[in-house]
Design a binder for this molecule. Structure first.
Ligand code: ZN
Ligand code: ZN
Length: 72
């Protein structure tokens, strides 16, 4: 078991999503199945999917790709 922080250089920025505040209703969050409504803090992924920021943060703790585009 090494104590080195080998994950420090992982280029994860593409998986973080672009944090934003929703300016208009955008349908359903595919993770929690609740509506995405104006004023919600959301994250936009490179594939243009939108989720609640909190939802996608939790999702990325155990998954490395978009819930709707799992093929990486
Ligand atoms: Zn959600
Ligand atoms: Zn997607």
């Amino acid at each position: 078991m090494s104590a080195q922080l080998s994950s420090a250089q992982t280029p994860s920025s593409m998986l973080q999503g672009q944090k934003d505040v929703l300016s208009k209703d955008a349908g359903e969050c595919a993770i929690c199945l609740e509506e995405l409504v104006q004023g919600d803090t959301i994250a936009r992924l490179p594939c243009l999917c939108i989720y609640h920021k909190g939802c996608i943060d939790e999702w990325f703790e155990v998954n490395r790709s978009c819930p709707e585009h799992p093929s990486d």
